[in-house]
Design a binder for this molecule. Structure first.
Ligand code: HEC
Length: 148
């Protein structure tokens, strides 16, 4: 037990080090974050959005009533997020961020599969420009549209 507890801080540091190496290059850690406050860091903002998108995806698949989705609306602007150290944002970043906010509002006004996929498309567009690591995760967020 005592050996383990002395070992623990080292393990935590190692986890953090590995975590930052994986930034934008590997699969993100699974996120179960649900915070009522808008985080300062862009990274935490992304984690909240990923969690929200997965929830929306599941509810849309279950054909949950449109008005039940409104509970998940939590608007904030990626442009207000502080990027991680060493993260270079392209000059396109503000435009993508604004596009995301616009499609976000459109989705919550009309929560359809089509509008949801449009939102995923903005995730994808911005990530092609910046941070290709999560592109596979983003690709898996799309919902099939046939029959709509
Ligand atoms: C305006 C551009 C932009 C949009 C839109 C955007 N992202 Fe990001 N995303 C970034 C940037 C830049 C980072 C790196 C943040 C940092 O580390 O500071 C990031 C980080 C992430 C990460 C963490 C990457 C890692 O290595 O762990 C995930 C996951 C992610 N985004 C998913 C999404 C999803 C899903 C969406 C759509 C809901 C989305 N992003 C929309 C630019 C964007």
């Amino acid at each position: 037990m005592t050996r383990n507890s002395r070992f623990l801080p080292g393990m935590v540091l190692l986890a953090i080090a590995v975590g930052s190496l994986w930034h934008c290059s590997g699969p993100p850690p699974r996120s179960h974050v649900q915070e009522p406050q808008v985080p300062d860091s862009l990274y935490q903002m992304m984690r909240l959005r990923v969690h929200e998108m997965k929830t929306l995806r599941r509810l849309l698949m279950q054909q949950a009533p449109a008005d039940s989705l409104a509970a998940f609306r939590f608007p904030f602007d990626f442009a207000d997020g502080v990027p991680s150290e060493g993260m270079q944002l392209s000059p396109m970043f503000p435009a993508f961020s604004e596009a995301f906010s616009r499609h976000y509002e459109a989705f919550y006004q009309h929560p359809s599969v089509k509008n949801y996929n449009q939102l995923v498309r903005v995730c994808e567009n911005c990530h092609q420009e910046h941070c290709p690591g999560p592109l596979r995760l983003i690709d898996r967020l799309y919902l099939p549209e046939e029959g709509h």
